[in-house]
Design a protein around this ligand. Structure first.
Ligand code: E4P
Length: 218
């Protein structure tokens, strides 16, 4: 079954969706921290951990292998369900090789734009391969095709690395990700709101209640 993650660092959004009972995890990144108005990654991550028992991703900001490893050691010590997000660069892939050898080496490989990058992070021991569907679409390419190809490659080799559809912009991305058999979809709060609702449901309910009021009022 595909897991649903929320792609935000905003605590009020996470608190609300956690109450729906379908929230499996949370992903954050430096931009999402900026939007949440905090630079205290540890404090914010721990507040999320208090609300969400599933995986919570926090991203490094170093760009060199040694710096990423140092940050990862700290981030991974915060809680057992915290995953460290490592960018998919050559330095990042080298860092992933080292971090994945640790007993607590939970890695979310981020900023993946091709099936070959996804293949490499799976080889490097990442737990999640985050494919940036919306940003690939923005570049005039087909983000969902990268997801489908990655799914096929991971299945070919039985990789123990989850295909994570990220940079999700609309409901069709979610439907296509479910059809592609991804392991995880991380979506922003507005998209999660949209996939739960239909104006036809609201109109249908309004009609039912009006008809009931008419018959019950007799
Ligand atoms: C993934 O974990 C990222 O946080 C996110 O999906 C990036 O998406 P964006 O293209 O909307 O910034």
């Amino acid at each position: 079954m595909t897991k649903i993650f929320l792609d935000t660092a905003k605590l009020d959004e996470i608190r609300e969706v956690a109450e729906w009972g379908v929230l499996d995890g949370v992903t954050t990144n430096p931009t999402l921290m900026m939007r949440a108005g905090t630079a205290d990654l540890k404090a914010n991550t721990m507040k999320i951990v208090d609300m969400v028992p599933g995986p919570v991703s926090a991203e490094v900001v170093s760009t060199d292998t040694a710096g990423m490893i140092t940050e990862a050691r700290d981030i991974l010590s915060w809680a057992d369900n915290v995953y460290v997000k490592i960018p998919t660069t050559v330095d990042g892939i080298k860092a992933m090789q080292e971090i994945s050898s640790w007993p607590n080496g939970r890695i979310n490989a981020t900023l993946i734009f091709s099936p070959t990058q996804a293949y490499l992070v799976a080889r490097a021991g990442a737990s999640f391969a985050s494919i940036f569907v919306g940003r690939i679409d923005d570049a005039g390419l087909d983000g969902m095709e990268v997801v489908r190809q990655t799914r096929a490659i991971f299945d070919n080799y039985g990789f123990d690395c989850a295909v994570l559809a990220a940079s999700i912009r609309h409901t069709l991305h979610v439907t296509d990700s479910l059809l592609a058999g991804v392991d995880i979809i991380t979506m922003p709060y507005p998209v999660l709101q949209k996939i739960a609702r239909s104006p036809f449901t609201d109109a249908g309910l309004e009609r039912f209640l009006a008809d009931w009021a008419e018959v019950a009022g007799k």
